[in-house]
Design a protein around this ligand. Structure first.
Ligand SMILES: O=C(O)CCC(=O)C(=O)O
Ligand SMILES: [Fe+2]
Length: 211
């Protein structure tokens, strides 16, 4: 089988400029751009999205019981792109102007294309996301996931699927861009753990390309 994903390649320029692969992550291609947005831009965007995004509290079926997801979510995408995630199928909302602008900036910086964005709102330290890989079939073989963080810095963790000693924790600061590419989703899982500390809200945006 030949898979061609030419439209979503990262530009060589981005690869060179942001050569900082996170330390010791074999079989992954991960980049961190700490100041993708300035502090002021990130704060403005956070307020805008807190007020304007169509936040929803989704329920999931776990062992036959309905439980609320420990975060709020919103999903924006080009028309006709539905997405199945954790057993839920999302019908996209049309892009907010602030999100279109951010997509343009991201596409210009990375050379990759994105047609959807999942927003997560972690209201406080008890909101979280469990271990998973972004490996749904509609994301293609080696997806490029661009993750932008706004507001409260939170710990983000990676662990390797087969080698438990390979793990890494980093703090995702407001305005940062974490980019996962290549074979990352095949070999690593990631999570956003709960924190016992008192925490302000954080918004995370993961831009994706849905086939
Ligand atoms: O909030 C984060 O930083 C992670 C979000 C995430 O992993 C996802 O939406 O798939
Ligand atoms: Fe993820």
């Amino acid at each position: 089988m030949i898979l061609i994903f030419s439209t979503v390649n990262l530009s060589p320029h981005f690869r060179l400029q942001h050569q900082r692969h996170l330390l010791h992550m074999p079989q992954a291609e991960v980049y961190l751009v700490e100041n993708f947005l300035s502090g002021a831009e990130a704060e403005l965007l956070k307020q805008n999205l807190l007020n304007q995004a169509g936040w929803r509290q989704e329920k999931l079926k776990m062992f036959g019981k309905e439980v609320e997801q420990p975060r709020l979510t919103a999903w924006y995408a080009d028309a006709g792109k539905a997405y199945t995630y954790s057993g839920l199928t999302w019908e996209p909302q049309p892009w907010l102007p602030a999100l279109s602008q951010l997509r343009q900036k991201l596409e210009k910086t990375t050379g990759a294309q994105f047609n959807s964005v999942l927003l997560n709102l972690y209201r406080h330290g008890q909101d979280s996301m469990g271990w998973h890989a972004d490996n749904e079939p509609e994301l293609g073989q080696n997806p490029i996931i661009a993750s932008i963080s706004l507001g409260q810095p939170r710990v983000f963790a990676f662990k390797h699927n087969q080698q438990p000693e390979l793990k890494l924790r980093l703090s995702l600061e407001s305005g940062s861009l974490l980019l996962m590419a290549g074979s990352t989703q095949h070999f690593w899982k990631h999570q956003l753990p709960k924190s016992a500390k008192l925490m302000e809200p954080r918004i995370n945006l993961t831009f994706r390309f849905i086939y």
